[in-house]
Design a protein around this ligand. Structure first.
Ligand code: NAP
Length: 242
């Protein structure tokens, strides 16, 4: 059975992606950092419906932890898919943004994705097959006031995606990004109603995206139908950015 690794699979988009890839026949390894119970519930839900999944702890912002995780849990696996989904926000205007808030977002959203991609690529290169999907954001394409750290990390992820796609194509590994717009998850739940309304008004389809709609895009890029697609950024944003 081919394995798919989903970082940050305990909640939101990562949980939906984990369920989708399990339904598509992958043995899913989903990771969490702070919510073991939520992650275990996602894995149990998958196994209860006939799929294969396990939840494991991994702080993707710690390069040594990422290397140890791959050595311990994935060395002998038929790792076919990596979804770099783990992400955080630490919003604030530039003039008041603390160094640690800039660094934390870069470390989880960009450095963590790079180290996971590097370790996964080593396994996939030997097998001469693989699919890597990085979850970026519409904000990495358009910028966003109050999110300089997040937008920089997500734009960096797009550059990483294209560079890795070029490097790994000869080994039959595709690397793509999915760029969600506004998705209803814990990440956006704390926004004020006025901000949510303002977002909805900017979306031509006039509604928020569901985590399952992002998972569908990931499932496509991880599946056989997307074998000739690499280096692309698939916007799933209701027309918010074109
Ligand atoms: P979420 O509900 O806040 O979930 C975040 C996930 O990332 C959780 O599983 C969390 O684990 C994990 N995580 C956080 N820090 C981590 C770390 N240091 N190491 C490993 N895992 C970590 O977020 P979401 O809305 O589903 O977002 C998922 C991805 O989509 C993110 O990359 C986000 O930037 C991107 N995105 C979201 C939206 C949106 O509107 N929601 C839009 C565009 C892009 P625990 O549960 O264990 O804490």
């Amino acid at each position: 059975m081919r394995t798919a690794l989903v970082t940050g699979g305990s909640r939101g988009i990562g949980a939906a992606v984990s369920k989708r890839l399990a339904a598509d026949g992958f043995d899913v390894v989903l990771t969490y950092v702070s919510k073991p119970d939520a992650a275990a519930a996602v894995a149990e839900g998958i196994t209860a419906s006939g799929g294969s999944a396990r939840a494991l702890a991994l702080d993707t912002s710690d390069p040594a932890a990422v290397a140890a995780f791959f050595a311990e849990h994935l060395k002998g696996a038929d790792l076919h898919v990596l979804v770099n989904n783990a992400g955080i926000t630490r919003d604030g205007l530039i003039a008041r943004m603390k160094d640690e808030d800039f660094a934390a977002v870069i470390n989880v959203n960009l450095v963590g994705a790079f180290t996971c991609l590097r370790e996964a690529a080593k396994i996939m290169m030997k097998r001469r097959a693989g699919r890597i999907v990085n979850i970026t954001s519409v904000v990495g394409q358009s910028g966003n006031a109050g999110q300089a750290n997040y937008a920089a990390a997500k734009a960096g992820l797009i550059g990483l995606t294209k560079s890795a796609a070029l490097e790994l194509a000869s080994r039959n590994i595709t690397v793509n990004a999915v760029a969600p717009g506004y998705v209803e998850t814990d990440m956006t739940a704390g926004l004020a109603d006025a901000v949510k309304t303002a977002f909805a008004e900017r979306i031509p389809l006039k509604r928020a995206c569901s985590p399952e709609e992002i998972a569908a895009a990931v499932g496509y890029l991880a599946g056989d139908a997307a074998g000739y697609v690499t280096g692309q950024v698939l916007g799933v944003n209701g027309g918010m950015y074109m």
